[in-house]
Design a protein around this ligand. Structure first.
Ligand code: AKG
Length: 327
């Protein structure tokens, strides 16, 4: 018999200030992937915010919509049915409210899926529903292509060769890719407090880049360097985050963006995120072409496997790179 711990109640979820109209990040950098200046625009956005939105990416909206409606059906099932698809850690599956293994909690439920090549790894039995799995595999393949195009354009914008210098790290055999499906149910308003429950607490992503697509419900916020700003949702676009590994590969030139999700009291948010990570043995160190004469690495040497292991021991909001910075 599987005994499940009681799910945490809303009063165990940390609160965040509810976003107001003036918090909107109106200046989200928008990169049109179909034009040659995309390469330069990506580099600019990664230097300024570590975050941008991609349009004209070539992915049919219907592909993402199909996966989204299957996800909505999955999450609408009885809790006992969903719990049978858990736990999320260590090898992929369903999780609810508890994020990671170190006590972080948010008002969400999710599927965490290991990806092999361009589809859910055979070692991951979840989801077992064939139609849902097929729809997810189609969207994983599509989002991964966007990640590869973005990384190729980034290499071009940075002036590094060959064109797949970055993208090969996420397409080669053994690359460590993860796909996450998040569902944030509406969270009852907390009258008079001006606060909302945390959907997903503040963190940076440890991988190279993450590519996100959500339904039309806002909630994602990024730290723009001065304050938390709300990213207007756009179901036809993808949003790209620079991860910790890319910050190191560029010796701090690109910023690993801090982000979080605030819940909505009326509408649910569904998001898909593809985390593009390299093979475990990949050395993560500044690319020599990016170091100016005499410039030294800001970081100690490590592999992706070492970084991932260290990251798993931390809380979401910890500065995970700190222990790898040279003093
Ligand atoms: C994550 O899953 O790491 C996120 O940051 C979630 C973002 C979102 O759901 O919009």
């Amino acid at each position: 018999m599987v005994v499940l711990a009681n799910p945490p109640a809303v009063d165990q979820i940390p609160l965040l200030r509810s976003p107001g109209p003036t918090d909107t990040f109106a200046a989200v950098p928008v990169v049109d992937l179909s034009i040659p200046s995309a390469a330069r625009a990506i580099v600019d956005a990664c230097e300024r915010f570590g975050f941008f939105k991609v349009v004209n990416h070539g992915v049919d909206t219907a592909t993402m919509d199909r996966a989204e409606s299957e996800a909505v059906e999955f999450f609408a099932q009885a809790q006992a049915v969903k719990d049978r698809a858990g736990p999320a850690y260590p090898s992929g599956g369903y999780g609810s409210k508890r994020i990671g293994l170190n006590g972080d909690m948010g008002w969400l439920e999710y599927l965490l899926l290991a990806v092999h090549n361009a589809s859910i790894s055979d070692s991951c039995a979840v989801p077992s529903n064939a139609a849902f799995r097929a729809a997810l595999n189609e969207s994983i393949a599509a989002v991964r292509k966007v990640a590869v195009r973005v990384l190729e354009a980034m290499a071009e914008g940075l002036g590094i060769a060959p064109v797949d210098a970055l993208s090969a790290m996420v397409t080669e055999q053994g690359s460590d890719q993860v796909f996450r499906v998040n569902h944030y149910p509406p969270c009852p308003a907390l009258p008079g407090l001006g606060c909302s429950a945390t959907g997903f607490g503040e963190h940076t992503d440890p991988q190279i880049i993450s590519v996100l697509r959500s339904n039309g419900t806002s909630g994602l916020q990024i730290d723009d360097g001065a304050q938390w700003v709300s990213v207007p949702s756009d179901r036809d676009a993808f949003f790209v985050n620079v991860g910790d590994s890319l910050q190191v590969l560029t010796n701090g030139r690109f910023k690993s963006v801090k982000h979080r999700v605030v819940t909505n009291s009326l509408k649910s948010r569904v998001s898909f995120i593809y985390f593009a990570g390299p093979p475990l043995a990949q050395r993560i160190a500044p690319l020599p072409e990016l170091l100016r004469e005499g410039e030294e690495s800001l970081y100690k040497e490590f592999t992706w496997g070492e970084y991932k292991k260290a990251a798993y021991k931390t809380r979401l909001g910890d500065n995970r790179l700190a222990q790898f910075e040279k003093s």
